[in-house]
Each structure stands twice: as C-alpha cells, then as structure tokens.
Design a protein around this ligand. Structure first.
Ligand SMILES: Cc1cc2nc3c(=O)[nH]c(=O)nc-3n(C[C@H](O)[C@H](O)[C@H](O)COP(=O)(O)OP(=O)(O)OC[C@H]3O[C@@H](n4cnc5c(N)ncnc54)[C@H](O)[C@@H]3O)c2cc1C
Length: 379
C-alpha cells in the first residue's frame, strides 16, 4: 500500500501479530509487514507450550511465572480451540538430580501462582503411571507427579492473531522486502517491495517486532536502540513413534530438563536444547551434537532406544534474549522476560520488542499500547 498510517509493525511473528491486533482494535490504522509468511520465524519453531514455565521458579523468576500463568489463562479463554490445558507428567527417579521434594515444592508454588484449582498438581501412583507410559522405564522410579499447562499449535495461533488484526482493519502484507527506512519531518517513510511492486508508507510510529532478527534489522536500517540480544538456538526432533500418551518432562544428567510431547500422526516431539549462537540468524543450522544430545536424553528413559532413522523432522528456533554480560555463558539462567524499548527518532518513534514468549504475547501487546498512549498523553 502507498500512503500513511498510525503505525507500521515490522515482523509477523506472534509478537508482531499480537501488537497489530491490539493497536488495530484500539482504532489505529496499522500496517504489518512480514518478509516471509505469517509465523514463519520463531513462532512456528517453539515447544508449543502455553505455560508459566515451571523451571523458571528455580531461577527465582517468580514475577515472570506469575504473569505467564495469568496470560496462559487469558489465551486459553480467548482461543479455546487453539490452546488446550493438558496434563504434564513429571517422573522423578532415584538418581534424578532434583529430588522429589524439590519438584513437589515447585509444583506447590506453581499451583498457588496459577490460581486455577481445577488444574492443581498431584502425585500419581507409580504403577498407574507405568501401565500408561509403557515405553518408559519403571526401574528406579521414585515418585511421579502430574500438573497442567497449555499446549498449542504455535503457527495456527500466530495466524489467528494476524486474522484478528486484519478483521480489526490492519493491513497485513507478507513476502515483502523493506528496502529502506527514511526519517524526515517527524515521520518514518518505509519503502518496501512485494510481488505487486514498490510501495512507500509514512508513519509516526514503527514497531520493530522482528524477534531474533532485531539486531540485524537495527543495523541494516540504522534504527536507534538501547539493547542488544544474545541469540540462543533451541532444536526439537520429531520422532516417528508414539512414545508417550501425554506430555512428559524429565531431568537430564546436567540438571536441565527435556520433554516428550505426543504430536499429530502418532509422532513425538522431543526438545529442547540451548546453544548460544554468533552467526546471522539465517545462517544458523541444526547442530548434530544437539540431535545426539536429545537422543541420549530420551534413551536414558526409554525401554526401546530411538535411533537417528526414527527422526522424521528437526526444527530450530532462536530465542532473542536481552544481552546480559554476566550470564552470557549460561543460556539456561538468562532471563526470558521481554523488554519494550521506546526510542525517539528525530520526532518519530520506534518501539523495539525484545524477547518474550508465545504465552505472554497478549500482555506484552497491551503494554506496548499503554506505553504509546502514555507518551501521547504526556505530549
Ligand atoms: C526453541 C524455542 C522454544 C520455545 N518454546 C516456547 C514455548 O513452548 N512457549 C512459549 O510461550 N514460548 C516459547 N518460545 C518463545 C517464543 O517462541 C518466542 O518468544 C516467540 O515466538 C517470538 O515471537 P516474535 O514475534 O518475537 O519472533 P518471530 O516469530 O521470530 O517473528 C519475527 C518475524 O520477523 C520477520 N522479519 C525479520 N526481519 C524482517 C524484516 N526486515 N522485515 C519484515 N519482517 C522481518 C521474520 O520473518 C519473523 O517472521 C520458544 C522459543 C524457542 C526458540
């Protein structure tokens, strides 16, 4: 489109779509520009959980867990066909690095923070567990717990948010290439091309929601910013076998956790990994060591081991985590909290969105809207 609008959102991942939806519903004229297709980035390569993040309790990220649990409820109520509350089993073995009482304590906090008594965690009879999870080793089992979290199809969720935005008047353009961003007279002029030709759109407000590409976008278009990200890749393998009837979290030998999730077509998704990456986003590929790591993790608990030929798909996503010099070596302990960075740009405004989760997209979009409104009110 040519012309002007109130805001341009760059990036059609879950965050960009949620912001476009929120601003359009508020009556703003919004244009969303995505270089690929909606949800083609991180938002279709996640672990597909709408969750509070039980393991973040260990890092003392209570605020994040509490907010995420609130957001989990909101998303499940808004899109019940896409976000389902399902049981997650947590078997604890005699040699697990976290003993059963640590898990129990974590679950108690999780229950309190979630404030949804219907989904309270509980202990499960070991024999019942083993007769249900027939492929999982029973020897050395100490305790089994079950708790509840949300499961989704991340790509479908992102597409739905984009559809909602469109229904509220947002113009959504896919497969477009931003050629240039020029700042003049308190406005940003965004020049882009798509299959239809060359376009130019003027706006006083640009939202940069390009996820892990954010640093590269800032550099390419010379956008002022206050933060940088560390890219942490995470892979999942999809196995052509139905290994578990329900979702299951297990502990690894290095005190991380991994999960097995039943997936469409009697398959199982196993994830995930964390690897700090230096390269450009488009050049980051699945590391074979990470595939071996996930196979090893799973095989420690499986009665019949899985092998490379059982893998029918592998996918990789990149977490854009706010750069933290102290924790740069340890991706697991880096905060998953998002950051909204508002920067004045010669009379115009650029709002950068860093980090976040699928789960918190609506709350984050609301905060972006409020922050913009507060700035307008204080003018
Ligand atoms: C391995 C892994 C597992 C995860 N699991 C979960 C989970 O289970 N639950 C959860 O809540 N969260 C999870 N997350 C986090 C969640 O997936 C991300 O926070 C979320 O998808 C980020 O969305 P986004 O919109 O910021 O980024 P993205 O989805 O990456 O979207 C950015 C978009 O910007 C586009 N873009 C880039 N450059 C340009 C440009 N120049 N012009 C136009 N468009 C551009 C890209 O094509 C892309 O579509 C996980 C993340 C990873 C990596």
């Amino acid at each position: 489109m040519n012309g002007s609008c109130d805001a341009v959102v760059l990036g059609g991942g879950v965050n960009g779509c949620a912001i476009a939806r929120e601003l359009s519903r508020d009556g703003m004229k919004v244009v969303l520009l995505e270089r690929g297709t909606i949800g083609c980035g991180t938002s279709s390569n996640s672990s597909k959980l709408i969750h509070g993040g039980l393991r973040y309790l260990e890092n003392g990220q209570f605020g994040l867990v509490r907010e995420s649990l609130k957001e989990r409820k909101r998303l499940a109520e808004l899109y019940p066909d896409l976000v389902k509350m399902v049981p997650f089993y947590l078997p604890v073995y005699n040699d697990s690095l976290r003993p059963w009482w640590v898990i129990r304590l974590g679950l108690m906090f999780y229950d309190v923070f979630s404030r949804q008594p219907l989904y309270r965690s509980r202990r499960v009879n070991k024999r019942d567990f083993s007769s249900r999870f027939r492929d999982i080793k029973a020897s050395g089992l100490s305790q089994v717990y079950v708790y509840y979290d949300g499961k989704t199809n991340d790509l479908e969720l992102t597409r739905r948010l984009a559809l909602d935005a469109r229904d509220s008047g947002c113009i959504v353009r896919e497969k477009c290439k931003v050629e240039d961003i020029i700042v003049a007279g308190g406005k940003l002029e965004i020049k882009y091309t798509d299959d239809g030709g060359k376009y130019s759109v003027e706006t006083p407000l640009l939202i940069n929601a390009t996820g892990p590409w954010i640093d590269e976008v800032n550099e390419r278009y010379g956008l002022p910013h206050n933060y940088r990200i560390t890219k942490v890749s995470g892979i999942h393998i999809v196995v052509n076998r139905e290994l578990v009837p329900d979702c299951m979290f297990l502990q690894t030998q290095n005190k991380r956790i991994f999960f097995m999730i039943p997936w469409e077509g009697r398959k199982t998704i196993i994830g995930t990994t964390e690897r700090v990456e230096d390269g450009r986003c488009d050049e980051i590929k699945v590391n074979e060591d990470d595939v071996d790591y996930l196979l090893d993790c799973a095989n420690r608990y499986l009665k019949t081991p899985i092998e490379r030929q059982d893998i029918c798909d592998t996918f990789l996503g990149i977490r854009p985590l706010i750069r933290d010099k102290k924790a740069a070596k340890d991706a697991t302990s880096m905060s998953r909290e998002y950051k909204i960075d508002v920067v004045e740009c010669r009379g115009a405004r650029v709002v950068h969105v860093y980090g976040g989760k699928l789960t918190t997209c609506l709350g984050m979009a609301e905060k972006v809207r409020r922050q913009i409104q507060d700035m307008d009110d204080s003018k």
